[in-house]
Design a protein around this ligand. Structure first.
Ligand code: NAG
Ligand code: NAG
Ligand code: NAG
Ligand code: NAG
Ligand code: NAG
Ligand code: NAG
Ligand code: NAG
Ligand code: NAG
Ligand code: NAG
Ligand code: NAG
Ligand code: NAG
Ligand code: NAG
Ligand code: CU
Length: 568
């Protein structure tokens, strides 16, 4: 009898524990209606693909620990997928979204529900389409507030604002990339950058709609800044005001006082700004940082920081922030190097020290033979532009890799992406190496559950040297080292920061430089890794990481949802 009531109690206790763990976060439901909508910008009107008629799209606002179920209803013209950028999606690659990597496209007239589980992330992330170039107009902010009962590791800001920076093309983005891929040439550049959908005062026909943010003197605000541009790293600043970076990619950082930030496509940064200047109007501005050789959009987008109260509005000149020069690599490099993870008692940096797998990966611009029937392409010497990781230009399959892996469908990918580049040479000095022309294939990196990975990305100058915004799905990683030139695997690890490195999901790999990162492969599934500069991605600068299941249910992928979009 005593025994029985004991076990009864245990059952009750167990039930309570389950209830407790389930009630930790709230559940949110969102419907995203994908459809075309006309917008007039830069004096011309065009139809773009949007979510719910808005550009940028709706904001998802949750607390850490919450779960969102998002149902995407495709009422557009072509198949699209949606990705939750920076959300780890533990054990659940089925909801991650990259086209033909974890799912086939959601076809027009159909819908698909994704489960977005917010676990460790806190700060700012974003969602975007992950099919060809559709993300140019299909994207929005994700705000992850501290869990109920916890707060920011800095004084509660008086107000908050999201600033998502986009890139606007007068033409149709799908036509632009398809025509570039057909000719082998660089895609044409964009016509404007935008802040919250508005180009700002420096563009024609834009002054009336410039984005404005009203602030109260003496108060501190949290700006959540996202670089959603397609192809350019950006610098961002606010005239006469300092910025204090407090978070990147939904992880807190040590406060960094600066007058500009450098932000690569895909990155998010949380900055504090105090309204401590004379009441007035001040420009918020973003312009590209570019030190490659290709054509780029060198325009500047602006919004206005406007103090509240009674004062005479400025008649003409609004002050502009002083931003680094378009090609000031040193400044950008220094900014990236000065970022530190918070590494506090409440937000410890669990930097892996016991590395079990070392990967060295070259990141290159390349060329491939022309495939046009008339035999001539517009890339260098009549070739077509390409790009690669470890000299492999990745081919996107027609059946998603996750499906092929889960159901053992052979012939879709091979498990032999190498841990080393095929040739060692002076990667950052030799422009005409034997790696100018890469191999092609769908080769993936395989990991056992819990492998402790150190991955070094090595920029090369095979065709041209450029910066790259490297992004990994399914994980955040610690940036333990960054440097110029070739990585030296004996001396460079000695200067790693294993104490308070920033924890990110996207990072700018400097031109002709290297970057070392670490993570534990404890998220079973199929995870895309790619350059977030969209034209580089279109040319094959990606691969896939597959983390095998561990031995238990808790260390294995969850089964697929009842419905996954079919492959055609
Ligand atoms: C999008 O629009 C649909 C249909 O009008 C609506 O039901 C839904 O709530 C909207 N979603 C968001 C996130 O605003
Ligand atoms: C937050 O927690 C407090 C008590 O700790 C509770 O009263 C409140 O309902 C919670 N709010 C939400 C949104 O869960
Ligand atoms: C603005 O319009 C003028 C007159 O049409 C044109 O010359 C100029 O290039 C345009 N500027 C921009 C930034 O588009
Ligand atoms: C910006 O930061 C510098 C260095 O800490 C400081 O000297 C300066 O007063 C700050 N300016 C503003 C406008 O807060
Ligand atoms: C931007 O590029 C255009 C075209 O190459 C050039 O004419 C212009 O001077 C450049 N502007 C700036 C600010 O560099
Ligand atoms: C940046 O460009 C300017 C003008 O073209 C040039 O004078 C300067 O040397 C360049 N700086 C760097 C760091 O390349
Ligand atoms: C970058 O930092 C180094 C070392 O602190 C310094 O010597 C150099 O002048 C800085 N470069 C720029 C462009 O700020
Ligand atoms: C490091 O990893 C190896 C291999 O997994 C293991 O044998 C060893 O015990 C680990 N050491 C520490 C200090 O964790
Ligand atoms: C183009 O061809 C010329 C002549 O064969 C060669 O010298 C040059 O390296 C080639 N350039 C590229 C980028 O392939
Ligand atoms: C993905 O696969 C579908 C067929 O299932 C194909 O129509 C589509 O073009 C593929 N997408 C890419 C980016 O290759
Ligand atoms: C690699 O090439 C660069 C640029 O030519 C040169 O400065 C550097 O010394 C070379 N490194 C080695 C190890 O040869
Ligand atoms: C270290 O680099 C050298 C070339 O510099 C290479 O031959 C060697 O394989 C590398 N070792 C490891 C463990 O990556
Ligand atoms: Cu790139």
């Amino acid at each position: 009898m005593i025994l029985e009531s004991h076990s009864f109690l245990l059952v009750i206790l167990g039930f309570l524990v389950i209830c407790k763990s389930q009630s930790q976060g709230n559940v949110h439901y969102y419907d995203f209606v994908l459809k075309e909508k006309s917008f007039t910008k830069l004096c011309s009107t065009k139809s773009i693909l949007t979510v719910n008629d808005s550009f940028p799209g709706p904001i998802i606002r949750v607390h850490k620990g919450d779960t969102a179920f998002v149902t995407v209803h495709n009422q557009g013209k072509y198949g699209v997928t949606i990705h939750w950028h920076g959300v780890r999606e533990p054990r659940d690659p089925w909801s991650d979204g990259p086209e033909n990597i974890t799912q086939c496209p959601i076809q027009p007239g159909t819908s698909f529900t994704q489960k977005v589980a917010f676990t460790l992330e806190e700060g700012t992330l974003w969602w975007h389409a992950h099919s060809s170039w559709t993300r140019a107009t299909v994207h929005g902010v994700i705000v992850i507030l501290p869990a109920n009962g916890t707060s920011y590791p800095f004084p509660e800001p008086y107000g908050q604002e999201t600033l998502i920076i986009g890139e606007w093309y007068k033409g149709d983005v799908m036509q632009i990339i398809n025509s570039a891929l057909a000719t082998g040439d660089e895609p044409i550049t964009s016509d404007a950058y935008t802040i919250n959908g508005q180009p700002g005062d420096f563009y024609n026909c834009s002054k009336e709609t410039t984005y404005r943010f009203l602030i109260d003197y003496g108060k501190t605000y949290l700006f959540r800044i996202i670089n959603a541009a397609m192809n350019e790293e950006l610098v961002f600043g606010v005239a006469n005001h300092n910025l204090t970076v407090v978070g990147i990619d939904a992880a807190y950082t040590k406060p960094l006082n600066t007058n500009f930030i450098a932000i690569t496509p895909g990155q998010t940064m949380d900055v504090l700004i105090t309204a401590n200047q004379k009441r007035g109007f001040y420009y918020i501005a973003a312009s590209p940082f570019y030190d490659g050789t290709a054509m780029y959009d060198n325009t500047t987008t602006t919004a206005i920081l406007q103090y509240s109260g009674n004062y005479t509005p400025p008649s003409s000149s609004i002050p502009m922030p002083i931003l680094p020069a378009l090609n000031d690599s040193g400044m950008i490099f220094n900014f990236t190097k000065s970022l530190r993870g918070l590494a506090s008692q409440d937000h410890p940096a669990k930097v892996p020290t016991n590395v079990t797998r070392k990967i060295y990966m070259t990141v290159s611009m390349n060329e491939l033979p022309c495939q046009n029937p008339n035999g001539s392409c517009l890339g260098p010497n009549g070739t077509r532009l390409a790009s690669s990781l470890n000299n492999i230009s990745f081919q996107i399959p027609q059946i998603d890799i996750l499906k092929a892996y889960y159901w053992n469908i052979s012939g879709v990918f091979s498990e032999d992406f190498p841990d080393q580049p095929p040739f060692f040479y002076n990667f950052t000095g030799d422009t005409r190496s034997n790696t100018l022309i890469p191999s092609t294939g769908t080769r993936v990196l395989m990991f056992d559950y819990n492998e402790v990975v150190e991955l070094v990305w090595q920029g090369t100058s095979a065709l041209t040297a450029e910066n790259h915004g490297m992004h990994l799905h399914g994980f955040s990683f610690f940036v333990v080292g960054v440097g110029t030139g070739n990585f030296n695997n004996v001396t460079d690890p000695k200067s790693y920061n294993l104490i308070d490195p920033p924890e990110v999901n996207t990072i700018g790999l400097p031109k002709d430089g290297w970057l070392a990162m670490r993570f534990v492969a404890n998220n079973p599934g199929v995870w895309f890794m790619h350059c977030h500069l969209e034209r580089h991605a279109s040319w094959g600068m990606h691969t896939v990481l597959i983390v095998r299941d561990g031995g238990t249910m808790q260390t294995s992928m969850v089964p697929p949802p009842k419905y996954m979009p079919p492959c055609s």
